[in-house]
Structure formats: structure tokens, C-alpha cells
Design a binder for this molecule. Structure first.
Ligand code: BJW
Length: 229
């Protein structure tokens, strides 16, 4: 499939749904050190602590007050109106794009409500808390399930499909991401080098702001519907 519109989303699109971003004031990295919770070494050293961090975030995601906002809904509508033309690449591990109705979504940093068997790479849904010593339903070994998220130093998911989409799209829209984390932070340069029109929709100019041809700053729940409708 060759999508004409490629949209990269980050934590800012879910902020108004009540999910903390990482690097804003009060964000996740203010209360947790990356080296303690978001690296493969941290998981090896302290699987209970890392699982507890992700269990707290899963619990938050199950809170009925956490719902898709107008920005997620506008992207889902855009996909319905332009079938086959829209791809959402999200860095977010929440499921708010899907809950809003988006179907063509790549979770390049994984998904909070899935776990992965470390022996077979099989994905399993996580319905309740994930215990560090839980027996893995797939391989039978205890402690073999890890959160299905991409930590620092690990390869993000579906990169071939992403780079194909960036090379072939007409428009690249980045929403609610600080542009600090690679390879996602480099997508604007990649899309632009292949001739796409590039647009940043963010609360404030991101680290990559100068790489975009067009900018609209403000809350995603306002800027995204304004832009796509
Ligand atoms: C709003 C808003 C509202 C708020 N409306 N907007 C030196 C140079 C270059 C690279 C490296 C380097 N040293 C190391 C690296 C590589 C490293 C990296 O990038 N490090 C940097 C910190 C320098 N990257 C990696 O290790 C990645 N893997 C890798 O590179 O593999 C090799 C490779 C190379 C080339 C091709 C392919 C592969 C893996 C990165 C994994 C990131 N993982 C995390 C955790 C995921 C699991 C979890 O959720 O716990 O992903 S870290 C965290 O940051 C999370 C996010 O997805 C990611 C990005 O954050 P995001 O979404 O941008 O959030 P914030 O908080 O930063 O920004 C929010 C924005 O929203 C702000 O701008 C606000 O203003 C805005 N906002 N409210 C609109 N209402």
C-alpha cells in the first residue's frame, strides 16, 4: 500500500486525554530515571520494578476517564474519508488511536497492553497486571514475558515499512512529539528529502521545528481538527 499522508504522533496527542507525556513538566521522566525503567539493562537488573512501572501505566489506560480526544478522532475521520491514503505511525504505547477508529496504525515503540515471550517473540494480550515471575503461556517458562515496548538501545518496530511510507508520501504531519528521540526525530528530514510537504502540529516548536515547511502551534485537540478538516 502506498499512503499519501503519513502522520507521526507522540505523547502530546494523548496529553489532553489525561496521559502524561515524557519530557514536559510533570512528565514521566521527571519522576523516573530512564536508566531505571526504559532500558533492557534495567529490566534485567530489576524486572519487578520495571513491570510495576508498566503496570501502573496499564492501570491508568484502563481508567474509563482516559478516552480518545478530538485529535485522535479527527485522524480516524481522515482515514475513513480517504481510504488507503492515511498511515498513522505512533510512538505512543497507548491504544487511543485504535479506540478512536484509526485502523492503519504502526506502533513503532510497542503497545502497553501486549507482552512478548522472550523465547519465541510471540505477542500475548495483557488483561491484568503483568508479574515479573508469571509463567509464560507460550513457552511455559516463568519470567519469560516482557513488556512489548521498545526501550532505549532497541530497534523500533516495522522500520522497513515506515521508511517505504516516508519515501512515498506526499504529506508528512508530525503531532505532539518533542523530536528528541531517534529514529522518529529524523522522519521529517527523510520525508522532506523525498519531496513531501512537512507540517508540525505541536504545543510549541519542537527540537526538529526548523526541518518542517509549515507549523501550527497549540493544543492537539484544536490544531489537528483545524488542520485535517
Ligand atoms: C503537546 C501537548 C498537547 C504536550 N498538544 N502537543 C545520540 C544521537 C542520536 C541518537 C541517539 C544518540 N544516543 C542514543 C541514540 C538513540 C536513542 C535516542 O534517540 N536517544 C536520544 C534521547 C538522543 N534511540 C534509541 O535508542 C531507539 N532505538 C534506536 O535508535 O535503534 C537504532 C536505530 C537506528 C536507526 C534506525 C533504526 C534503529 C529506541 C528509542 C525507544 C524510545 N522509547 C520510549 C519508551 C517507550 C516505552 C514507554 O512508553 O515506556 O519511547 S522513550 C519515550 O520517548 C517514548 C516516546 O515514544 C519517545 C518520544 O517521546 P515523545 O512522544 O516525543 O514525548 P515527549 O514527552 O518528549 O514530547 C511531548 C511533546 O508534546 C512536547 O513537544 C510537547 O510540547 C507536546 N505537547 N502537550 C500538542 N496538548
Amino acid at each position: 500500500m502506498q499512503e499519501k499522508i503519513v502522520i507521526l504522533t507522540g505523547a502530546g496527542i494523548s496529553a489532553e486525554s489525561g496521559i502524561n507525556t515524557f519530557r514536559d513538566a510533570g512528565g514521566l521522566w521527571e519522576n523516573h530515571r530512564i536508566e531505571d525503567v526504559a532500558t533492557p539493562e534495567a529490566f534485567q537488573r530489576d524486572p519487578h520494578g520495571v513491570q510495576a512501572f508498566y503496570n501502573r501505566r496499564r492501570e491508568q489506560l484502563r481508567d474509563p476517564a482516559i478516552r480518545p480526544n478530538a485529535a485522535h478522532q479527527a485522524l480516524a475521520r481522515l482515514e475513513r474519508e480517504r481510504p488507503g491514503e492515511v498511515l498513522v505511525i505512533t510512538q505512543n504505547v497507548d491504544n487511543l488511536h485504535e479506540r478512536a477508529g484509526s485502523r492503519n496504525v504502526i506502533h513503532m515503540h510497542g503497545e502497553l497492553l501486549k507482552a512478548r515471550c522472550q523465547s519465541t517473540d510471540t505477542l500475548v494480550p495483557v488483561e491484568a497486571d503483568l508479574a515479573a515471575d508469571l509463567e509464560c503461556q507460550v513457552c511455559g517458562a516463568a519470567g519469560c514475558l516482557r513488556p512489548h515496548v521498545v526501550w532505549f538501545g532497541e530497534m523500533p518496530l516495522e522500520m522497513d515499512r515506515i521508511f517505504d511510507a516516508l519515501a512515498g508520501c506526499e504529506r508528512f504531519i508530525s503531532i505532539g512529539t518533542s523530536g528528541n528521540v531517534y529514529p522518529a526525530a529524523g522522519f521529517v528530514a527523510e520525508a522532506r528529502a523525498h519531496g513531501a510537504h512537512t507540517v508540525e502540529l505541536n504545543l510549541e516548536p519542537s527540537e526538529q521545528a526548523t526541518a518542517f515547511a509549515e507549523h501550527r502551534h497549540g493544543p492537539a485537540s484544536e490544531r489537528v481538527p483545524d488542520y485535517v478538516e
